[in-house]
Design a protein around this ligand. Sequence first.
Ligand code: SF4
Length: 668
Amino acid sequence: MRYAETGFNLEVDLTRGNIERVATDPRDTELYLGGLGTNAKILWDRVPPEVEPFSPDNLLIFSAGLLCGTPATGCNRTIVSTISPQTLLMAFSMMGGFWAPELKYAGYDKVIIRGKSPDLVYLWINNDKVEIRDASHLQGKGAVETAELIRQELKEPKSQVAAIGLAGENRVYFASIEQGRSSASRGGIGAIMGDKGLKAIAVRGTKDVNIAQPAEFMELCNEVLKYIKQREKNPIPGVMPILAGLGSPQEMKVHDEKWHTENFMWGNSRTRRKDFWNEEVEKKWTETMESARTRLISCYNCPMKCGATISVPGLPTYMMKCFSKLTYTIAAMSDLDFGLKIAQRATEYGVDAYSTPQVMAFALELYEAGILTEQDMPGMPSDSEGRFYWLLDRIVRREGIGDVLANGTYWAAQQIGKGAEAYAHNNIKKHEQLPLKLGMLNPIYFLMYSTGEKINITQIEGQFPQAPFAMREEREAFVKDWVQVPDEKFKQYFLDWEPRGEKSIPYYPTVEMTCDIVDWQERMHYIDDALGMCAGLSSFPLKPPYHIHNYPKFILSGAGIDMDEAKLTQAAKRYRTLVRAINIRRGMRRKDEKPPENHWKKRFPELEKELLDTYYKFKGWNNQGIPTKESLREFGLDYVIEDFVQRGILADSGDKPSKETPAEKEKK
Ligand code: SF4
C-alpha cells in the first residue's frame, strides 16, 4: 500500500488525445520525495535541453506535494513545473488553494501534460473518469470566469479548477495559472498551458489518502495547530508587521504600508518616495481596503486566512493575497483604489502580478525617453492609470507594441534596441524582480539573488531575520526559543550580528556563515516544495511550526518512509542539485548568477566574488556553478555525470562510480 501519495500519475497526450493512469515507482519517492523533487526527475529524464519551451515535447507537470491531502495543516500546494519561455530554464511555480488535495482525492499525484491540442480544450478529472473536453466556447474568457463556467457546465460546484485567461492563450511570457484562491504565476507557466491548447483542468475527487501511522501523524498535526495558536498570540517583536506573524505576508490585514511604499521603488523601479506615507494616505488607503475587502479567506485546511475576496463596485469579485496588493499601484505611481481595480482585470487575464506592472512601467519609461514613440503607442491615454489599462489590454492580446512587451522586459528590450536594454534593469536570469533598491550590499541576499533558481526572492528567503536587532538583549530573547535552527551555531551568528561596526553588513555574517544561512533557507523552501507545504507555515516566516526537526516525523508517520534529518537533508540536496543540473544542461553558468546591477548602491566586487566562489564550493559546484562529479556521486546522480560527460559539460576522467543509496541499488 502507498501512504500519503496515491502511487499514480495521470499522463495526458494532447496531440493524440490519449489519457493514461500510470503507476509510479515508490523508490523515486524515497529519493526525490514528491512535488518539485519528482517533477525535476521527470523533466530531467524526458525533456532534454534540445526541447524548446513551446515544443510539443515540453512537459507541463501539475503535482500535488507528497503530504498534500493529509491532515497536515497548510499542506495544499500544487507545484507546476515546465521549461519557461522567459528564462529558458526550468520553471517551478507553486499555488495554494484547494486544487492539489482534490487531485489526491481523485487518485493521482501528478498530471503530466505533453503534446498540443489542435483546438482549445479542458481536462475534466472526476475520480477514475478523465476526459478531454471542448473549450472553444471558453476562448478569450477570464481565468476566474472560466472556472465558474466549467463548474456550471459540469454541474460540479465542488470541482477545483485551474485555468488560464487570455494572456495564457496568447502565450504571454508572464502568464499565470489562476485557481480562484491562488495562482501559479512565476516563470510564464500559463503561456505553456496556452501553447498546449489547454484552457483549464477541473478536478473532483472523493477517495481517501492513506496515512502510514495515523495516531502519530494526528498528534504531530495537533502540535502544529497548538503552536500556530501560541505563535499568533506572540508576534515577534522588533520586525516589520508582515514578518511578525505566520502565513504569507498578511497584506490583506495590514493597513500600515509605510515600509513598502517608502522603501520599494515606484515606476520602473527607480523612484523612491521617502515621505509618501502620511496620515491622509493612511486614512484613504485604510478606507479603500476596508470597503473592498469583503472576506478574509484561507487555503485548504489552514486557519491563517492570508487571502481576501476583493469586491470593488461595478467589478466581479476576485481573490487577492500578499504583495499583489501594491505592485500595480507602485508601478503606476497611483493609489490603492487603482491597484485593486486593475488587479481584477489582470487576474481575469491571468498575468503575474509582479512582472506585469514592471513591464508596463518599463514601457512608459521608454516612451518618456523617446525610445518608444507615438507610433508605437497610437491612441494611448495621457494619464498614468489609463495608460496602464491600455498597455495591459494590448499585452494580453499581443496587439502592436503589446506583442513585444508580452515577452517581458528582457526580451522586449532586445527587440526594441535603441538602448532599451538599460531600462530592463530589474531582472535576474531574464525575469522581473520586486522593485527593491537598497543601500549597502547584504551578503545573504546577494547569494540568494545570484544562485536562486526559483528566481523569486520571497520564495527563497526566510528563517533567519532579514536584519540584525539593535540591542543584544533583544537578540538574546529572540534565540531563546529558536528551536527551528538546524544547528546551534545559527544562534551565535545572529547574536553577534550588529547593525553597525565591525560585525555588520557587508562583512558580517562572514562569507562562511552566509553560505550556511543561505543553504539553510534554500533547503527549507525546497523541502516545502516537495511536500506541498505552504512556505507561509514553514520556510518563509521566522520561527515557523514546520522545520527540519519535525518534518522527518511527518514523512515517516504520513508517508511511511524511513526518514531522519540527515536523510531528509540529503534528499533535498539531491533534487536541488538536479534542478541545477537541468539548468546547467540548458546553458546556465556563473555569468547568469547575479542580482540586478543597481539592487544595492554600495557594491563590493571582491567580496561578491569571494561569496560566489565559496558558496559554489560549499554546494559542491565548480567555478562555473556546475555540480562536480564528486557531489553528483554523493547524491547518487551518476546519470547526470554520464550526460554531462557526453555533452562535454564535465570532462571524462574515468573515475569510479558513486556509492549508491539502497533505493538506487534496489532499482537496478
Ligand atoms: S498560511 Fe496562508 S497562504 Fe499558506 S496555506 Fe494557510 S492560508 Fe494559504
